[in-house]
Design a protein around this ligand. Structure first.
Ligand code: MLT
Ligand code: ZN
Length: 481
């Protein structure tokens, strides 16, 4: 039980004394945007929303909360799809929003690293790298809002994982404030450091349950000199996987993105965008968006793309293809892909499963899981899309057009998400490939993590956050659940 001896007023005054009056919000109206999740499913309450401007201020905030047993919810751009960044409705938590810690502190073009505060948005980080002719390769649709701290806390993935890896692969060190206010730092920019446990990885993907990430040293890559993009209709998911193999074989490291898009996903997003034409003239059940990038010239990269497509046609993997003839074509293809998520949020009534299985099983998984869902609800729109190249698909059955979101979710959310997750698990897959756990998937972990894994997770939590004050109720199911 938490000791709530401190009143909301006393908390507000204490926070104001640390960060200044203008960096504290209280009251239901002013805090609303910070207590409602991105998909507007969770509506919590906060005692105070506090916006520190330095690591030292974060440390003092956490010290005070620790001493007074006040729970803390860390928050970046609040783009979690799992309700991971908002407080519950008890009104007891202090939300620590990192938006004001938004400075790029240093770029070292010899070490190829960038040191940032956690509140830098992903797009600002990418732009800062670009200004120095470097690439920070993480690419996700919410890059204008999501922040590096949140990207790290959720080990964000996105559309370039196939080439560059997850956020975990893109960081050399972090700074994090522990629940009692102590500061951990490994921001030395080293690519080699085998001096015991690599502690930064505890905080990456922990969704703010072990500490608040306040800064990071990120890896920078060479900027590609050319890119080639195609929107390709394929015969089946299995044909898509074979085409990916062909693309890897013919282009070496150049395949940067390989995104699957089902016909209902395309139809939904085109309806949502309104004024964007379908990239291909005919209707196809399955499509892939392929992007190659390289340090060579555009001509030879385009030739490689054509070679891949020709080989695909010959082997009857490819049915039709539109190659982007300009930057604007490529941007349109990408817009179609990246807006699928918002199109679903706007439509309402989608069962968002985010699963991964080994690449060798992904095609069969997609076909078999689709058949099972359609056997339950034949009119469900099978919005399936995402990062097939790394074995991760967003498998999101959507309500039939003539059903309300409420009715569809009430009847099907539980049976369909359990079915899809169980099928992924049976294929050695994951029930959350890149969106994390938050509150949405928390209790499901009891079914899909082993007793040993759960016990270790609890022991780590206990060691770092013995009072269970950091993002309580997220990620970890209750012990003995
Ligand atoms: C995406 O790939 O578009 C994102 O993971 C968001 C989503 O699936 O809703
Ligand atoms: Zn995704």
């Amino acid at each position: 039980m938490q000791d709530q001896a401190t009143t909301p007023d006393a908390t507000l005054r204490a926070m104001q004394a640390i960060v200044g009056e203008r960096a504290c919000l209280s009251g239901d109206t002013d805090t609303q945007a910070y207590v409602t999740d991105y998909r507007r499913i969770y509506h919590g309450r906060a005692r105070v929303v506090v916006m520190p401007s330095s690591t030292e201020q974060v440390s003092r905030v956490l010290q005070w909360c620790y001493a007074n047993n006040v729970p803390v919810v860390p928050q970046g751009g609040n783009t979690s799809l799992m309700g991971g960044a908002v407080p519950d409705d008890s009104g007891t938590a202090v939300v620590v929003n990192l938006s004001r810690m938004n400075r790029v502190l240093a770029i070292d073009t010899i070490n190829d690293t960038m040191t940032v505060q956690a509140g830098v948005t992903l797009s600002a980080a990418r732009s800062a790298a670009e200004a120095e002719q470097r690439l920070f390769p993480l690419r996700i649709g919410s890059e204008g809002s999501c922040q590096i701290g949140g990207n790290l806390s959720t080990n964000a993935g996105g559309t370039a994982v196939l080439r560059y890896g997850n956020m975990r692969d893109l960081v050399l060190g972090i700074e994090a404030v522990l629940p009692d206010g102590r500061i951990y730092s490994s921001q030395r920019g080293l690519r080699k450091d085998n001096t015991g446990y690599d502690l930064k990885h505890l905080f990456i993907g922990a969704e703010g349950t072990l500490g608040i990430i306040t800064g990071a040293v990120l890896k920078l890559m060479p900027q590609p000199r050319s890119s080639a993009v195609a929107f390709v209709a394929v015969d089946s998911p299995a044909a898509a996987v074979r085409l990916l193999g062909e693309a890897k074989h013919l282009s070496g490291q150049a395949v940067t993105a390989f995104e699957l898009i089902s016909q209902p996903a395309l139809e939904l997003v085109l309806e949502y965008l309104g004024n964007v034409a379908a990239p291909l003239p005919a209707r196809h059940d399955w499509m892939v968006l392929i992007e190659l990038t390289s340090g060579t010239d555009a001509e030879s990269l385009n030739a490689t793309l054509m070679e891949i497509l020709e080989s695909g046609f010959e082997q009857k993997l490819v049915v039709d293809a539109a190659v982007a003839a300009s930057l604007s074509d490529a941007q349109t293809f990408w817009r179609i892909r990246e807006e699928i998520s918002d199109a679903q949020t706007r439509t309402g009534g989608s069962i968002k499963c985010d699963v991964s299985v080994p690449l060798s099983r992904i095609a069969a998984f997609v076909e078999e899981a689709s058949a099972k869902v359609l056997a339950l609800e034949p009119a469900a729109r099978m919005v399936i899309y995402g990062h097939m190249g790394d074995g991760n698909v967003h498998f999101n059955p959507l309500r039939p057009k003539d059903q309300t979101a409420k009715a569809f979710l009430a009847q099907w959310y539980e049976p369909i998400s359990s079915l899809v997750d169980a099928m992924a698990h049976a294929e050695n897959g994951s029930i959350s490939a890149e969106h994390g756990i938050g509150v949405v998937k928390r209790d499901d972990l009891t079914r899909y993590k082993s007793a040993v894994e759960l016990e270790l997770m609890w022991q780590v939590k206990q060691a770092l956050d013995p009072r269970n004050l950091l993002n309580p109720g997220k990620v970890l199911p209750a012990r003995g659940h």
